[in-house]
Ligand binder design. Structure first.
Ligand code: SF4
Length: 222
């Protein structure tokens, strides 16, 4: 089990401005600086081995994960990297304490960008450390095929380690702080996006178009 205590984050206010679709560079620059000073980007990860593969489930270090999509993504994989990434609770707290709704929104969105950057930095580190070309990831709850209940098995792989980076799993299987992500990172020839298999309409976080053919190939659409 490895803990990364301070993930370096580089966030350009200009790119934040573009992503947030605003022209107010001055406010975005100030809020980006504030958010970066409040962020506590940390991660815990482990290298884990696949012990068994069935049609729609896979056993990783003694934990059984039932998901057709995860199983197919691990067709040619023997080792994966379960991980939890967080940026702490201070950005959310600052957003809550602001009386201005736009500031609340910007801080929340900048927090999401910092969290995404922390996850990307973890991927770069894993690729360097384990001599891998590319890693993709899947998170419990991102698809019906792999519901949020899989957090129980995922967190069982970490033991007490998430507490060391300030993350706890609640009884309702949400993570605290809210600006945290968990998942299984795995080597892949091309980047896998759960969004390709997710038919949800009007999702601001969509990273790839829904692909019905791919959903059929993965066996989650008949
Ligand atoms: S489209 Fe939205 S809900 Fe669906 S997987 Fe992507 S980010 Fe998640």
């Amino acid at each position: 089990m490895e803990i990364i205590d301070a993930i370096p984050i580089d966030l350009d206010p200009n790119s934040v401005k573009t992503k947030l679709k605003t022209t107010d560079l001055q406010s975005i620059t100030e809020l980006t600086r504030q958010a970066l000073s409040l962020a506590e980007p940390r991660a815990v990860f482990t290298a884990a081995y696949i012990e068994k593969k069935d049609d729609d489930q896979v056993v990783i270090d003694g934990q059984c994960f039932k998901s057709r999509v995860l199983r197919k993504n691990l067709d040619d994989v023997g080792r994966v990297f379960p991980a939890v990434v967080t940026i702490g609770h201070r950005i959310e707290k600052a957003a809550r304490q602001s009386a201005d709704m736009l500031t609340q929104y910007y801080l929340d969105q900048i927090g999401n960008l910092i969290l995404a950057e922390a996850r990307s930095e973890l991927i770069r580190r894993l690729c360097r450390q384990f001599a891998l070309d590319k890693l993709s990831w899947m998170s419990p709850g991102s698809l019906e095929d792999w519901p949020i209940q899989a957090q129980v098995q995922l967190f069982a792989l970490f033991g007490e380690a998430p507490a060391a980076i300030g993350v706890q799993l609640t009884e309702s299987l949400l993570m605290l702080p809210g600006k945290s992500v968990s998942g299984i990172f795995f080597p892949s020839a091309s980047t896998f996006f759960s969004c390709r298999l997710c038919p949800r309409e009007r999702c601001e976080g969509r990273k790839a178009r829904y692909d019905e053919t791919a959903a059929r190939e993965y066996g989650i659409l008949k």
